[in-house]
Design a protein around this ligand. Structure first.
Ligand code: UDX
Ligand code: ADP
Length: 465
């Protein structure tokens, strides 16, 4: 049986960093080296003060403190780590393509291919390659092709081991996963041996019955399907939120009533200003692209609707602000509370806040942003990435401040876009007193209590109410 002694993980991002930290914590006999071409990122992972690691996740700094330089290492020497490893996890980014065929839909596999070529060039002994990044179905075949055709004659086994952690709860999700999924070549003894090697790593802390083994394609497709189902629930409840606003129903009450049916379940039924994050949109677009490429247009259209609904939700929230403020926000100060795509993370990819702000900028608003974990440069970079407004205009119109009170001072309206706990605890009376009147408060997360806010004098609007 293959005993894994050295693991290399290519990519020290939101997936690779936390996953490897937990593997290193749980398997002190295995050396885990996380490599990345981004020198700044690796330097941050190695910062003597673990509070400065580049990814904010509750509980992560403590694990890094425990395992770093014991059996967890962060390095930019990709080749050395590949050479030494028995098992290589690929956790690089696979964003939606921004050019050429499949633009705006297909996953860009450029970085995956570069990894494969680098592994092929460096490897001198047999390796198990693990796809950790979410990939289109049948990527494993492409990886194998490159490795077998450009390598030094060494043998590779390709496994798919999709990550189901959610940001903000990554450590908890990794330590107590609902399931671990491992796809591989179940029909060959070598394939089975490679799968067993990975099963044994996880079995150190995950009950064996929670570790599923499947063929590679099922594993790859299960990840896309899981994210599509979760996102679909959010779009479904968001569709209902609009209907609730028209009919006098309350979306939280509807969600509770529906979710208590054990066949439906209560999770992922929280209406919001729209889902964000690096996975949902990307993975559904990927699914849509795959379906289209097989000529399955009805399947593609069905899933695309989840994205269209989400875009609509973000847009209609922003439009509601403009409409409520007497059809103009030109020159008005709007405070945005929360920039991350959900609480307890500093990740802003696809965050609804970006799109709402972009819309408000098109209406010539003056926007003041506060988020407890997101740096000002990230806010500017996110807006610039959309290319709707020039960098100069963005920097002139958008201010990023260090606390919520400052953001809300003399504002015409406040929009709560991330459900950070601290926003519940603000001194809302003082916030109200320091605002222009009427003081408008838009809750995109159903975070705040309507009654107490209205008693303070706010004109209060929340999703689905
Ligand atoms: C998701 C999957 O949950 C995870 O299994 C996968 O590995 C990666 O993609 P993540 O994007 O980190 O994880 O966060 P998630 O908690 O799923 O939230 C995604 C978005 O949906 C967030 O913007 C969140 O605020 C929103 N959301 C979630 C809602 O609006 N309502 C809900 O009920 C749940
Ligand atoms: P995810 O959320 O999937 O973890 P991130 O963008 O946070 O995505 O992390 C991916 C990381 O992979 C980035 O830090 C990037 O620099 C790194 N990366 C991409 N390509 C390579 C490569 N060929 N070699 C090493 N690191 C890479």
């Amino acid at each position: 049986m293959t005993q894994i002694k050295n693991i290399c993980c290519i990519g020290a991002g939101y997936v690779g960093g936390p996953t490897m930290a937990v593997i290193a914590q749980k398997c002190p006999d295995v050396n885990v080296t996380v490599v990345d071409i981004n020198e700044k990122r690796i330097a941050a992972w190695n910062d003597p003060n673990v509070e400065n690691i580049p990814i904010y996740e509750p509980g992560l700094s403590e694990i890094v403190k425990e395992a770093r330089d014991r059996n967890l290492f962060f390095s930019t020497d990709v080749n050395a780590a590949i050479d030494k490893a028995d098992m290589i996890f690929i956790s690089v980014n696979t964003p939606t393509k921004t050019y050429g065929i499949g633009k705006g839909m297909a996953a860009d596999l450029k970085w995956i291919e570069l990894c494969a070529r680098q592994i092929a060039e460096v490897a001198k002994n047999d390796k198990i390659i693990v796809e950790k990044s979410t990939l289109p179905v049948r990527t494993a075949a492409a990886l194998k092709d490159i490795l077998d055709n450009t390598g030094n004659g060494v043998k590779y086994q390709i496994l798919s081991n999709p990550e189901f952690l959610a940001e903000g709860t990554a450590v908890e999700d990794l330590q107590n996963p609902d399931r671990v999924l491992i796809g591989g070549d179940i029909d060959s003894p070598e394939g089975k041996e490679a799968m067993d090697a990975l099963v044994n790593i996880y079995a150190t802390w995950v009950p064996k019955e929670n570790i599923l083994t499947t063929n590679v394609w099922s594993s790859e497709l299960s990840k896309l399907t899981a994210n599509a189902f979760l996102a679909q629930r959010v779009s479904s409840i968001n569709a209902m939120s609009e209907l609730c606003e028209k009919t006098g129903a309350d979306v939280n009450e509807v969600a509770k009533a529906v979710g208590m049916d054990s066949r439906v379940g209560s999770k992922f039924l929280k209406a919001s200003v729209g889902f964000g994050g690096s996975c949902f949109q990307k993975d559904i677009l990927n699914l849509v692209y795959i379906a289209k490429s097989f000529g399955l247009h009805e399947v593609a259209d069905y899933w695309e609707q989840v994205i269209l609904m989400n875009d609509h939700q973000k847009r209609r929230f922003a439009a509601k602000i403009v409409k409520t403020l007497y059809n103009t926000v030109s020159g008005k100060k709007i405070a945005i509370l929360g920039w991350a795509f959900k609480k307890d993370t500093n990740d802003t990819r696809e965050s609804a806040a970006i799109y709402v702000t972009d819309y408000l900028l098109s209406e010539q608003a003056e926007v003041v942003v506060y988020d407890p974990k997101v740096k000002p440069e990230q806010v500017y970079a996110d807006l610039e990435y959309l290319c709707t407004h020039s960098s100069e205009e963005i920097r002139e119109r958008v201010t990023v401040v260090q606390n919520a009170d400052e953001a809300c001072k003399e504002a015409h309206a406040i929009a709560v876009l991330t459900e950070w706990d601290e926003f519940k605890e603000l001194n809302w009376k003082a916030v109200y007193e320091n605002m222009l009147k009427p003081a408008f408060l838009f809750d995109g997360r159903r975070l705040l209590d309507k009654k107490t806010k209205e008693e303070l004098g706010f004109e209060f609007f929340s999703i689905g109410n």
